[in-house]
Design a protein around this ligand. Structure first.
Ligand SMILES: Nc1nc2c(ncn2[C@@H]2O[C@H](COP(=O)(O)OP(=O)(O)O)[C@@H](O)[C@H]2O)c(=O)[nH]1
Ligand SMILES: [Mg+2]
Ligand SMILES: [Zn+2]
Length: 308
């Protein structure tokens, strides 16, 4: 039988069978080693697997095989170990939620999430949430940020998940896709899903709980069926996003406005740091490339700041 992993606890998995969509709990048979991928979790939400009932007849199902992944999003381990964490796989698009306050999202975090999605050519949309609580100057600030990302080509929506403002366009975007929703705890991911699909009734949490920067809790993503062909993967607890698997020379390819300048620098292997006749640095100076985007590029290259 073939099914998709919709939930993972680390020791067992919930699967949705491909055709009849019934759900079963399953465990891994034996130990899975995945070539070239050092991860703490061998199976991710979104994985297609072959499964069967265990022979001894305990009623438990077993995963026999993980099908090749079309793509996946990985998070670098926060503890500087060699292992990364698979967030989800086989996704059609990413929705990143951003807020200016309660809790603040840094543009650095947003850019890291965008780079991660670009590296796998996964289309991304950005929701700027909690528009209902901003004062006039904050509204201006969000609008400026939105302009930057729209210019680069990312669809942006200024919304309130709580008050159900501007959310219908996002609902249209989600339709018939598998969407991974990313953003800090408290940004409004569960609230948005509840607003779009009231039947879901997901738990939401008071923002005050996120103010205390406590210990890092590892939680797993979970996939929700919104209708027959519409799925969303909720990712609790992404506080920081280390970039994995991206080589220094490739990084500018994942900034669309820098990608547009490929071949224009004097050196073909220009890193756009301090090389002469660098088209990227020229564009930053002229304002064509936004300075804070270039700062994100530098911080990823230098490996600094990856906790934001
Ligand atoms: N004012 C306001 N509060 C919101 C909005 N969206 C979510 N919240 C609140 O933010 C808190 C965290 O929301 P939640 O959906 O649990 O965030 P998640 O951790 O990203 O799933 C809750 O108290 C929500 O009521 C919004 O658009 N406006
Ligand atoms: Mg949530
Ligand atoms: Zn350059």
């Amino acid at each position: 039988m073939k099914g998709r992993v919709v939930k993972s606890t680390g020791s067992w998995y919930e699967l949705e069978e491909e055709i009849d969509k019934y759900r079963v709990k399953a465990r891994l048979r034996g130990i899975f080693k995945i070539a070239n991928l050092k991860v703490t979790n061998p199976v991710a939400v979104g994985d297609w697997v072959t499964f069967e009932k265990e022979r001894s007849g305990t009623g438990e199902y077993e995963i026999l095989e993980i099908h090749p992944r079309e793509n996946y999003i990985i998070r670098k381990s926060t503890h500087k170990t060699a292992h990364d964490h698979l967030i989800a796989s086989n996704i059609d698009q990413v929705l990143i939620l951003f807020t200016l306050s309660m809790p603040r999202t840094s543009v650095g975090f947003l850019d890291r999430a965008l780079v991660t999605a670009e590296a796998y050519r996964i289309p991304t949309i950005i929701g700027f949430n909690k528009c209902d609580i901003y004062n006039e100057s904050q509204k201006e600030k969000v609008k400026e940020i939105i302009q930057v990302y729209r210019k680069i080509g990312y669809p942006c929506y200024f919304i309130s998940a709580l008050e159900n403002i501007g959310t219908s366009d996002i609902k249209d975007c989600l339709k018939d896709h598998v969407t991974l929703i990313m953003g800090h705890s408290g940004v409004g991911k569960s609230t948005l899903m509840n607003t779009l699909y009231p039947g879901l009734d997901l738990k939401t949490s008071e923002v005050s709980k996120f103010a205390e920067k406590g210990t890092h809790t590892t939680t797993f993503a979970e996939m929700f069926a919104l209708d027959e062909d519409t799925y969303i993967i909720d990712t609790p607890g992404i506080k920081e996003l280390g970039i994995s698997e991206i080589k220094e020379g490739e990084l500018s390819h994942y900034f669309p406005e820098m990608r547009a300048m490929i071949g224009k620098c004097r050196f073909h292997n220009c890193r756009h740091l301090n090389e002469p006749d660098c088209a990227v640095i020229d564009a930053v100076k002229s304002g064509e490339i936004e300075y804070f985007r270039y700062e994100s590029y530098i911080s990823i290259i230098t490996g600094e700041d990856n906790r934001k």
